[in-house]
Design a protein around this ligand. Structure first.
Ligand code: ADP
Ligand code: MG
Length: 349
């Protein structure tokens, strides 16, 4: 039996702009000492005292960065926060505040925004960040979300992209490629559904991949783990576009070369299985998949013993002289020049 429960659709116009803002933001609590004033005035007031402030912004556009056909609104809100705090963590900093700006067309009822804000609230809780402001406006078409994240760090702790040196080890947290294959699974199911809406997808074999796509997590823990191990990375970046592309960023900015070893790339067993099922080369996806939100960093060779065998990290290569170039060393021990394709380019193939 299908429950007869027509979802409520409250028009945004009914509430008015101020009613809407109040409705969406009244539950936010302030947790960080650095937040002096959050939502409710013309501007938020923050005080980082003797720390440095780090800031990062992202813009997400419906139809370009997400598809509401398989992205539940709550997940979208969560993910929008995650991709931003991930950039703060990639500076080896602590994320402390975000502002959230949304533009919506009148095709969205209030309930949709409520769902979006549920996800944002959940992420704020998960990552201990305060929502301190934003803006709300209408759009002609679709949903647009922009989030700005702020964070703090001691000046000495901040890690840039440009500090890697020849001989440093290249390390990655977690595993690679799963988010991209999650998207492939979801797109396949969407097509099946369009052909036959009665066809209920069986996604049991894909739970990890789909979760990596729909509910990614940012590596808040990495800075803490590295601090406890007494390691300061020499350079760091988060993996949003794909490993190859991020390796190239580190190399370019640090003026070094790099060897990445194919047999070291960390892959989840479910990821390997699904690559076989789709008849796709797992190395290609691990290198170019994107949206993993893991951290990629370099450490001094001397720190190897501190990180060896740590389940959070995998050493996947080392930095060389710039003139040696940027290569993948394959299982067959041949060298292939890495290309930064990013996941957008990959999709067009
Ligand atoms: P202004 O007219 O100065 O832009 P608003 O009425 O838009 O002010 O915003 C009132 C308060 O609500 C401000 O603190 C603003 O930062 C906050 N705010 C507005 N929209 C949002 C939103 N979508 N999410 C979180 N906070 C918001
Ligand atoms: Mg405003």
């Amino acid at each position: 039996m299908i429950e007869d429960k027509t979802p409520q659709r409250t028009s945004i116009a009914q509430l008015g702009e101020f009613g809407l803002i109040d409705h969406l933001t009244k539950h936010f609590e302030i947790k960080n000492e650095s937040t002096i004033k959050g939502i409710g005035d013309d501007a938020a007031v923050l005080d980082f005292q003797n720390k440095k402030t780090v800031v990062s912004t992202d813009l997400l556009i419906e139809g370009v960065h997400f598809d509401l056909a398989y992205m539940p609104l709550k997940h979208l809100g969560y993910k929008a926060v995650v991709v931003n705090v991930s950039d703060i963590y990639a500076m080896n900093a602590k994320a402390t505040q975000i502002t959230v700006s949304v533009a919506v067309s009148n095709r969205f009822p209030l309930e949709v925004l409520e769902e979006l804000y549920e996800g944002i609230t959940l992420a704020a809780k998960q990552y201990d960040i305060d929502v301190v402001g934003g803006d709300t406006t209408s759009s002609q078409k679709g949903l647009i979300i922009s989030i700005t994240a702020l964070g703090e760090a001691d000046a000495d702790d901040i890690v840039y992209r440009n500090g890697a040196e020849q001989g440093d080890l290249l390390v990655v947290s977690g595993d690679l490629g799963a988010a991209y294959m999650g998207l492939q699974v979801l797109e396949r199911e969407k097509q099946v559904f369009q052909v036959n809406p009665n066809n209920q997808p069986d996604l049991d074999n894909y739970t990890y991949l789909i979760e990596r796509q729909l509910k990614p997590e940012a590596r808040k823990d990495v800075a803490e783990i590295l601090k406890a191990l007494d390691i300061k990375p020499t350079s760091m970046i988060d993996i949003s576009d794909g490993l190859s592309s991020e390796v190239m960023h580190l190399c370019k900015q640090s003026t070094v070369g790099c060897n990445v070893y194919e047999d070291k790339l960390p892959m989840d067993p479910q990821f390997i299985n699904v690559c076989e099922e789709f008849n796709i080369d797992s190395t290609t996806i691990a290198l170019n998949g994107g949206e993993d939100y893991e951290l990629l960093f370099t450490i001094k060779m001397d720190d190897f013993d501190k990180i060896k065998g740590n389940p959070n990290f995998t050493v996947i290569g080392h930095m060389t002289q710039e003139s040696e170039g940027i290569h993948l060393v394959t299982r067959a021990n041949t060298k292939i020049a890495l290309k930064a394709r990013g996941w957008n380019a990959l999709q067009e193939e």
